[in-house]
Ligand binder design. Structure first.
Ligand code: PGA
Ligand code: ZN
Length: 389
């Protein structure tokens, strides 16, 4: 039974305030922290300013005490009722932290086992090597990613991503680029979108890895055009489709996230039909089961990003995962650009047998998730990597 709930403002990897929650039961204290997105989608649940959360928290806490942590769906439902439309009254950042802490308390920190006792399939880490867009970068494309598809163990997969990330940093410096790091730990330099893809393509190949991108296209879609400042291009939706097709072919892209803005289901559908890659909806679906169902009717995308804070509770997140499985969409469990050391998504990716997890490569708040995957791998009988297409 929930005996006490504590909430405190803490900081994320970008130095923004976020919320950490502790749930106390007879065994002890169990905590979880909310991540924070920057390229947030319009369809996401609403976050609330942390100071406001702190002011309304006593009222919520009073109701949570006495509820049963094992019945986390009921806790989630109660918060959904209190939160109202898009959780705007209490904030999806608060609800996701409570929801995760509740499952930690119910499972005595063995989250993956609690959610799926049979789980033994591991996601491939889809790691960001170069950062752009809203994540302090130079390119319009937000993320340049690798997947170590040949790795046989989670350790080998993580190691391969680190090798690629390190090698690219070295090459960029040798080429005289002034290199920094973006919000998610990927390299940032004044190298444009196409030059970034060329470099990633060449180096990933050496390690037998495949590459992908998160275009986060809503961020650079302005008045009917996709604007690539450093390529000097302003593409109409039709030209955007040609461009995506062109880069998919030239660089043999395995994964393309949000190639169109978040309202363009038909753009996603054309890309899915024409390009033989995973076409993934992040802002498009916002981890929302209804948005996914509507999108699937139009054959928009063939995979979906799963970010619990986009819908605010783990119950809702699990419903979306189930919907995705039923519709034949691949699930990619994902971090946010503003992260803490919280590792819940690693457990979630294993529990949902997702083929991919997007949680970055470099930076303590990214590595914590990767290390948690290694820990889980070593605590499971006969673990194996997921089947990729
Ligand atoms: P965000 O971006 O966490 O800054 O919203 C991540 C993504 O678009 O995948
Ligand atoms: Zn995205």
């Amino acid at each position: 039974m929930i005996e006490d709930v504590i909430a405190l403002p803490i900081y994320n990897s970008r130095g923004e305030e976020t919320i950490k929650v502790w749930i106390k039961n007879e065994k002890g204290f169990y905590s979880a922290s909310a991540p924070t997105g920057k390229s947030r989608g319009k369809w996401e649940a609403k976050t609330l300013d942390v100071k406001k959360i702190m002011s309304i928290f006593p009222r919520i806490k009073k109701n949570l005490i006495g509820m049963k942590e094992e019945e986390f769906e009921e806790v989630d439902e109660f918060m959904e009722q209190m939160g109202g439309k898009k959780l705007e009254k209490i904030g999806a950042n608060l609800t996701v932290a409570v929801s995760m802490a509740c499952i930690r308390a119910a499972s005595d920190n063995k989250v993956y086992r609690f959610l799926n006792p049979e789980a033994r399939t591991f996601p491939y880490p889809l790691g960001v090597v170069l950062s752009g867009g809203a994540h302090q970068g130079y390119t319009s494309i937000q993320e340049f990613l690798v997947v170590p598809t040949k790795a046989k163990t989670i350790q080998e997969a993580i190691e391969t991503n680190f090798k690629i990330w390190r090698n690219i940093g070295k090459v960029m410096k040798i080429h005289g680029y002034n290199v920094g790091r973006g919000d998610e730990g990927g390299w940032v330099s004044r190298r444009d979108d196409l030059k970034s893809l060329e470099l990633l393509h060449t180096i990933a190949k050496k390690y037998g890895a495949k590459i992908g991108i998160d275009m986060a296209a809503s961020q650079f879609y302005k008045r009917g055009k996709y604007i690539y400042n450093h390529l000097g291009k302003r593409y109409t939706p039709k030209e955007q489709l040609d461009f995506v097709e062109h880069i998919a072919k030239s660089f043999n892209l395995y994964y393309i996230e949000d190639p169109f803005h978040e309202n363009d289901l038909l753009g996603f559908a054309s890309a899915t039909r024409k390009i033989g890659a995973l076409i993934c909806g992040d802002d498009l679906f916002a981890t929302n089961s209804k948005k996914l169902t509507d999108g699937a009717k139009k054959n928009a995308a063939n995979s979906i990003i799963i970010k619990p804070d986009q819908v605010g509770t783990i119950s809702k997140t699990l419903i979306t995962v189930e919907t995705a499985k039923r519709l034949g969409y691949k699930t990619i469990v994902s971090h946010r650009s503003g992260e803490t050391g919280d590792t819940f998504i690693a457990d979630l990716a294993v529990a949902t047998e997702s083929p991919l997890i997007k949680c970055g490569i470099a930076g303590g708040e990214r590595v914590s998730k990767l290390n948690r995957l290694i820990e889980i791998w070593n605590g499971i009988k006969k673990p194996k990597m997921a089947k990729l297409r």
